[in-house]
Design a protein around this ligand. Structure first.
Ligand code: GDP
Ligand code: MN
Length: 399
């Protein structure tokens, strides 16, 4: 789960990381009011969306008066901010964060990620802050400093001093960097984060080290241990298809293609997507309906997949191990009677009681396209979708 910048800053501040003073606003008037409360003469108005790259996309503006804040906010509120991280549809701006502007002397990149190879938290830093890490690694790879944290002892002070030295931090400021690194590391581990990114971490003209931007991502499977973090969820920033699925206990990832997939098991779902591509099609989604493919779950899955208007064919691929194909077939038949499906449906069943399952599908009288193998299923799905397109009509599975 991602959280907003202002939330990440509040979390990090709780662990001793210095952040600018700021306040949240839900309207242009409120933003101007917040700026007056903060005082000073320069403010930064920052669109709160779950994506980086806001600066280049017009989501971060330095303002010097009330009326300027008002004007900036008039365009920012309600806009769909499109950055290189949001995809072409962008993310809606419903909150802005107003901060007292900070005089920047230098910008540093700082990131904490989980390195799966070493199974440790990896610190990634660079003196080339402000740029995205992808850019830094493409253009200035030599500037990247990496450090691994030994989990049994945590992040040691000498490691932090080494990082400070490699970044060329003035000796007088080293202690501030140590505090920042250790605070961010503790926030990462104690709150079960999977990513903390502070970009830029700045050195100010008056020699303070401050997190000017902050991003945190948390492990969804650990959120139950951190109700105060779970509460920070903002559904307006999520793909509505994905949040609907997550709320129903289905594991769904929306994609851009037009062949909907209903599969049990994550590995089989991946293989199904691969096979669709191999057959010349494009999957519309990843969907793992889990082990017990009950009729209710299958019906939910059909509704979810069909909520994507790009779907022009649906491939159901079930491997019944503990489950039984006849039960799954009953589920598919019931689901198709319940949910109005106007696109071709291709079903491939394998495993326990497969013959009984096939018979149930055949006897149902529903126009289900059956397949014996995954290859055949993918080819039929792609074929049905192509046919569909060329004829410009949809095959009704249920009248
Ligand atoms: P991002 O583009 O989504 O990563 O948003 P950031 O919060 O990183 O802001 C983008 C850029 O705006 C930063 O790299 C800074 O150069 C600039 N910026 C943000 N806040 C301030 C500020 O308080 N003072 C000044 N001078 N520049 C700022
Ligand atoms: Mn940034």
């Amino acid at each position: 789960m991602d959280i907003h910048e202002y939330q990440a800053k509040e979390v990090l501040a709780g662990f001793g990381v210095a952040v600018p003073t700021g306040a949240l606003a839900y309207s242009p008037e409120q933003a101007a009011y917040r700026a007056r409360e903060l005082g000073g003469e320069r403010w930064v108005v920052k669109a709160q969306v779950h994506a980086g790259g806001r600066g280049k996309a017009g989501g971060v503006k330095v303002c010097t008066s009330d009326s300027e804040i008002n004007d900036v906010c008039e365009t920012m509120f309600g806009m769909k901010l499109v950055t290189h991280q949001t995809g072409p549809e962008g993310k809606g701006v419903y909150r802005v964060y107003v901060e007292a502007a900070v005089p920047i002397a230098r910008e540093i990149y700082l990131g904490f990620v989980l390195d799966r190879t070493t199974q440790r938290v990896m610190i990634v830093a660079s003196a080339e802050g402000g740029m995205e890490i992808e850019e830094i690694s493409a253009e200035k790879p030599e500037s990247i400093v990496r450090a691994e944290v030994e989990p049994a002892v945590g992040l040691r002070e000498f490691q932090c001093r080494q990082i400070a030295f490699k970044l060329g931090i003035e000796p007088g400021l080293t202690q501030q960097l140590v505090r920042t690194l250790q605070g961010a590391y503790r926030a990462f581990t104690e709150l079960d984060a999977t990513m903390v990114e502070i970009n830029p971490l700045v050195v100010t003209d008056d020699n303070r080290i401050i997190a000017l931007d902050a991003k945190m991502t948390f492990d969804d499977n650990a959120l139950f241990r951190h109700p105060q973090i779970a509460e920070l969820r903002d559904k307006s920033q999520e793909d509505p298809r994905e949040s609907r699925a997550a709320d129903r206990g289905l594991s769904y990832v929306g994609l851009d293609g037009n062949i909907g997939c209903i599969v049990n098991g994550a590995g089989l779902a991946m293989a199904t997507m691969d096979t669709i591509k191999l057959a010349g099609g494009e999957p519309a989604n990843f969907l793992d309906i889990g082990g017990g493919a009950t009729p209710e779950r299958v019906a939910k899955a059909f509704r979810l997949v069909l909520s994507d208007k790009n779907v022009q064919a649906i491939l159901v691929n079930i491997f019944a191990g503990i489950n039984r194909c006849d039960w799954v077939a009953e589920g598919v038949v019931q689901a198709l009677k319940e949910v109005e499906v106007e696109v071709p449906v291709i079903v491939r069943l394998a495993g326990t009681n497969v013959e009984e399952g096939q018979k149930i599908l055949a006897k149902s009288g529903l126009p289900i396209i059956r397949a014996r193998t995954l290859n055949e299923a993918a080819e039929r799905a792609v074929g049905a979708w192509r046919n569909d397109l060329s004829q410009g009509v949809t095959v009704r599975a249920v009248s």
